[in-house]
Design a binder for this molecule. Structure first.
Ligand code: ZN
Length: 458
């Protein structure tokens, strides 16, 4: 008899839970037999029935009020400059610019470098344009150049974007050197080495026909997504994994509610474009451009306060490694990065590498979830990311790190991806501090390892 009674309770509880949680249409005859939540609680007070509850998302991971990325173009960068700049930005070691800041700032890379510009990439006039960092030497996919180093720094997180397949800029922009085979060999190499890059940043003058996705006519230089042209490659590049594109159009606004916008390529494939802050215009005149000597204008106090006040995303574009002296950024840039670090320390701006900012932006915008509550227990089920450009997908945890829900309770919050519970050590509870209690998935762990040490001893 006791068993039978328990069975009935369980049956009732399950029915109620199932019908409310899944919002299934119930037959009218069954409906009358389903007890109310209060009725069941009266019979079995120990049974906690979870009912659907509507939770809203915090815009950024707690406690931050904005996220900023520095998306650097590798133009004119010598290997030693790359190392020292990232030791200063990413580690906390002693560098030529003082102690490092430990920020999550990543960079871009090239597979090829066929620029024929004369002159030097460093202010000391020792390294030519042909000595910029690239994976292969020149345009030759059979000759590795900085391939090991680039692979190493991609794995380390100091590089996360491809600055197009290479520097194909020529003094005569009609002297086109890029061939589809460059793309074929580059993608083959990236796949062979299991290098996963999802951010593409267009580069250079009109000789760079590998560029794509811009708002240009197909007869103009961006041929990368135009079938039946010599520069066509997006039939390989998008399936390889590129999902976010900077389409060559600079932006003169410091931040936005969302950095991404839909792009349909000329071959019909759909990806995301993203904006980068490049320059300032006043009265139709460029006041300054995106070089390291103007980084302090990009990261001015006024701009940083603005993105905090507005709860904006921001992506700064620059050319940090171009024309610098003795592996050292100008003082104005050191000061600007130090200011940025202070905003992060104060919990105002989270500094994130470009790929992480974009992934967070996409997932935050298109996440689908439902939540159930009983007393102070909350279960949150993340069903997936309903990405209108790339299609629905179930994320891995690294794609949704930082996603935070206003739960109103901190007692027992469980978050699931589909039906798999995220371990409690990956859940961050944020107690009341002027905003309601929230709970979310922890952000990526800070990493200030000096990856320039012992590169080849792995
Ligand atoms: Zn460039």
């Amino acid at each position: 008899m006791v068993y039978r009674k328990s069975f009935i309770f369980i049956f009732i509880a399950m029915t109620l839970l199932f019908s409310s949680a899944c919002s299934l249409k119930t037959e009218a005859s069954l409906e009358n037999q389903i007890p109310t939540f209060e009725e069941v609680k009266e019979i079995t007070p120990e049974v906690k029935l979870k009912v659907p509850v509507s939770l809203s998302l915090r815009k950024f991971p707690h406690p931050f009020e904005s996220i900023l990325a520095v998306a650097n173009d590798i133009d004119g960068t010598a290997y030693q400059d790359f190392i020292e700049i990232h030791r200063f930005l990413n580690t906390t070691q002693h560098t030529t610019m003082g102690y490092g800041l430990g920020l999550d700032i990543s960079d871009s890379f090239w597979m090829y470098n066929v620029n024929n510009k004369k002159g030097y990439i460093d202010a000391n006039n020792t390294l030519s344009w042909q000595e910029q960092i690239s994976y292969f030497k020149g345009g030759d996919w059979n000759t590795p150049y900085f391939s090991k180093e680039i692979k190493h720094f991609i794995n380390a997180g100091w590089i996360d974007s491809i600055h197009s397949f290479g520097d194909f800029s020529r003094n005569n922009y009609k002297d086109i050197q890029f061939k589809r085979e460059h793309a074929v060999k580059a993608v083959e190499e990236l796949e062979k080495e299991d290098i996963k890059i999802k951010v593409w940043i267009n580069h250079g003058n009109a000789a760079n026909v590998q560029n794509f996705g811009g708002r240009y006519k197909s007869t103009e230089y961006q041929q990368g997504d135009v079938p039946n042209t010599a520069g066509y490659h997006t039939d390989l590049t998008i399936p390889y994994g590129i999902e976010f594109l900077w389409d060559s159009k600079g932006d003169n606004k410091i931040g936005h509610n969302s950095m991404i916008f839909p792009v349909t390529l000329k071959d019909g494939q759909k990806i995301w474009g993203f904006k980068r802050y490049t320059h300032k215009i006043k009265d139709d005149k460029y006041l300054w451009q995106w070089d390291i000597y103007n980084l302090h204008n990009q990261l001015s106090k006024e701009h940083l306060d603005k993105i905090v006040d507005q709860n904006w995303y921001s992506i700064i574009a620059n050319h940090m490694g171009n024309s610098i002296d003795d592996r050292t950024l100008p003082y104005s840039a050191i000061e600007a990065f130090t200011r940025l670090k202070k905003y992060q320390d104060e919990g105002k701006i989270l500094v994130a590498r470009t790929s992480r900012l974009l992934e967070y932006n996409r997932c935050h915008q298109f996440i689908e979830y439902e939540a159930f509550q009983a007393d102070t227990d909350i279960d949150i089920y993340i069903k997936g990311i309903n990405d209108p450009q790339r299609g629905f997908f179930v994320p891995i945890i690294d794609q949704i790190r930082g996603i935070t829900f206003y739960t109103g309770t901190a007692d027992n919050v469980k978050i699931y991806i589909n039906t798999t519970e995220i371990p409690q050590e990956e859940i961050q509870i944020n107690y009341k501090d002027g905003v309601p209690i929230s709970a979310g998935i922890t952000w990526h762990k800070p990493d200030s390892t000096d990856y320039s040490q012992n590169i080849f001893s792995e």
